[in-house]
Design a protein around this ligand. Structure first.
Ligand SMILES: [Zn+2]
Length: 271
């Protein structure tokens, strides 16, 4: 029986790899930034001015994809949790608490809530998946440094449909072919769920490649590809002993290969 605070940790999967911006990428920075050089919309950058992909943007997009996949599979799947601001509400899925006895069981059966977390109502479940910020790959950094700018500015014309007046906006973006390093950490709390969670992550990453990330996706921005993924599986014993038998590296490459290799990982964890 599952009781409250029962969240064993059998180990961790560390997924690393590259995200390539196939088209220009615009992940917006803080709105309050001053307009400089006529730019209307800036990309998010670190304190020294180098663009990065926030883990929250990537995680939010993956969650959204998985929620929509679940909704297609299950008509009872609800999108009824309101977050965001009153003026700009955002609806997403979070399992509702039934009662104290059942809450964890229900949420841990839900592939969205157990992978991405739940903070609705009284009982939280922390996300099993940690998505770190993705920083520029060294080669991309050096290349852009030689060019003299980490970003480019593109004019986007929108027409007022009533008056036909053009309304040019200047949008900063990370140029195509820029590569970032990503890292995600998956906490293994149940070796039985491992396969389904990894299959869902594999699907979400593949959908994301055919969708996009950041702003202006419908106008061609934000197409990315995931490359050279590697999974480092660490049993919990590794953190105590540092012995090789408790760690295993699995080359994945493209996210679509994750489904084929997950059984190997599951066997390593003895399930
Ligand atoms: Zn849920």
């Amino acid at each position: 029986m599952i009781t409250r605070n029962t969240r064993p940790l059998f180990g961790k999967l560390i997924l690393t790899g590259k995200i390539r911006a196939v088209t220009g990428l615009h992940i917006g920075g803080p709105e309050a930034e001053l307009k400089i050089g006529g730019i209307d919309s800036f990309v998010i950058k670190d304190p020294i001015g180098i663009p990065y992909i926030p883990g929250s943007s990537l995680k939010g997009k993956l969650r959204d994809i998985l929620e929509r996949k679940r909704q297609a599979e299950d008509s009872n799947f609800k999108f009824d949790h309101q977050s965001g601001t009153q003026a700009n509400p955002v609806y997403r899925h979070e399992c509702m608490d039934k009662d104290e006895k059942e809450w964890q069981e229900v949420s841990l059966k839900c592939p969205v809530c157990r992978l991405f977390g739940k903070s609705r109502d009284s009982f939280n479940i922390p996300s099993r998946l940690i998505v770190r910020d993705s920083f520029l790959d060294q080669r991309s950094k050096e290349m852009l440094e030689r060019i003299g700018s980490f970003t480019e500015v593109k004019g986007e014309n929108t027409l007022d449909r009533i008056t036909s007046a053009a309304n040019p906006r200047f949008i900063e973006r990370v140029p195509p072919d820029t590569v970032f390093n990503f890292e995600m950490v998956y906490n293994i709390e149940s070796t039985e769920d491992l396969k389904e969670d990894m299959n869902n992550l594999s699907s979400a990453l593949q959908v994301l490649e055919d969708d996009g990330i950041g702003g202006h996706v419908s106008r061609g921005y934000g197409k990315v590809s995931f490359e050279g993924i590697k999974v480092t599986a660490k049993k919990i014993e590794f953190y105590r002993t540092q012995e090789d038998r408790f760690i295993k590296e699995v080359e994945i490459g493209h996210p679509s290969n994750l489904k084929d290799r997950v059984q190997e990982i599951q066997i390593f964890f003895g399930s």
